[in-house]
Design a protein around this ligand. Structure first.
Ligand code: SF4
Length: 62
């Protein structure tokens, strides 16, 4: 089964991949501290209040 397009999660600092037997899941790390986020978002995520682009977050920390 092909991995679905993750949308924003692929470029978000909170997006993580989890390999399953047949497909790769996307997990939201924000869900561990904020119950308002789904641990496994329905893909593709097209809008999200928690979206934080990876490159912007890296620049802000340097
Ligand atoms: S905060 Fe939103 S965009 Fe980022 S990984 Fe979680 S669900 Fe995806």
């Amino acid at each position: 089964m092909p991995t679905p397009d993750p949308g924003l999660c692929a470029r978000c600092v909170s997006g993580r991949t989890v390999r399953g037997a047949r497909t790769t899941f996307w997990r939201c790390e924000r869900a561990t501290t904020d119950p308002g986020f789904p641990r496994y978002p329905t893909l593709p995520v097209l809008e999200c209040r928690g979206y934080e682009p990876r490159d912007v977050a890296i620049e802000a920390r340097t």
